[in-house]
Design a binder for this molecule. Structure first.
Ligand SMILES: Nc1ncnc2c1ncn2[C@@H]1O[C@H](COP(=O)(O)OP(=O)(O)OP(=O)(O)O)[C@@H](O)[C@H]1O
Ligand SMILES: [Mg+2]
Length: 277
């Protein structure tokens, strides 16, 4: 009985929300394994034998021209879209292709879409509280009062996203950049292991972009972060390893310098950007 009680308590106490069954086995350092992924839309190959391995704690940038398959890849990882063939593992044991979106979120994978979807009429604090309460790993009802540890968690997240001073402001009154940070905060309250972030700095001011770079850099290490971006200056400022997608496959992978000097990448992607600049 002792073991049962321990398990029960563990499930309720922050930060061990996930419980034993949701543990991610990263014993060989990788947190994400994507292999041989294929997906066609009416004969058009959006993902074409795609392979991607991401190390635990990495901050990985994913770049590639419009239509390269970046968002589609995130859709498959998070269970939003089913692929035709291939495998996706979270750690060594969780086969994500057998799980639905809610189960995948519960395992500790957070996704941020490009457009912020905060509750504009609610305060910054309330937005964070709402995402904490809709986290199915927390056993409580929507109307239950916040526990001291939950309030601490929200405070912690407010500090991380730099919105502590604006906690009582309505989210609708925030700048575009601040809304993006709030939405990242709404993922962070659930303490995800892996964050997938699609085009976070589009539409941001230069200063907001810089702060976002700092934010994402600070999140990596303890968490794994995969960022899709077109803004090359931003990618250069945060990237350690960059993966270039082209027509649904990985075209190149390496440091920003290696990528910028890669002939294939220059031809199909950076050439265009350089020509536009
Ligand atoms: N549900 C869908 N039905 C049909 N085609 C789709 C669907 N989703 C994506 N596609 C197509 O798959 C390809 C890859 O799209 P995806 O959105 O993944 O590209 P992306 O790399 O994210 O591009 P961008 O940089 O413009 O966001 C595109 O040609 C797109 O039109
Ligand atoms: Mg996209």
């Amino acid at each position: 009985m002792q073991g049962l009680r321990e398990t029960f308590r563990r499930d309720q106490v922050w930060p061990f929300l996930a419980g034993e069954q949701n543990k991610v086995d990263v014993s060989n350092q990788m947190i994400l394994y994507v292999e041989g992924l294929n997906l066609s839309f009416d004969g058009f190959k959006a993902l074409n034998d795609l392979n991607l391995y991401v190390k635990d704690g990495e901050l990985r940038c994913l770049i590639g021209a419009n239509g390269a398959g970046k968002t589609t890849l995130m859709d498959v990882i998070t269970g939003k879209t089913q692929c035709d063939s291939g495998t996706v593992y979270f750690g060594q044991t969780h086969n994500l292709l057998t799980k639905d979106e809610a189960d995948i979120a519960q395992l500790g994978i957070g996704r941020k879409f490009q457009k912020p979807t905060v509750f504009e009429e609610q305060t910054v604090f309330d937005n964070l509280e709402l995402s904490l309460k809709t986290d199915k790993r927390v056993i409580q009802t929507l109307f239950a009062r916040l526990s001291p540890s939950e309030i601490d968690r929200i405070d912690e997240v407010l500090a991380i996203i730099g919105l502590k001073e604006l906690r009582f402001m309505k989210a609708g009154a925030l700048s575009h950049g601040q809304k993006q940070w709030l939405e990242i905060g709404m993922l962070l309250v659930s303490d995800p292991r892996l964050l997938l972030i699609d085009e976070p700095v589009a539409g941001m001011t230069a200063q907001e972009t810089e702060r976002t770079a700092e934010l994402l850099t600070s999140l990596a290490g303890e968490r794994t972060v995969i960022v899709v971006e077109h803004d090359m200056e931003f990618v250069r400022s945060i990237a350690r390893t960059v993966t270039v997608l082209h027509q649904g496959s990985v075209l190149a992978e390496g440091t920003m310098d290696q990528i910028q000097n890669n002939k294939d990448v220059i031809e199909v992607y950076l050439g265009e950007e350089a020509a536009e600049a």
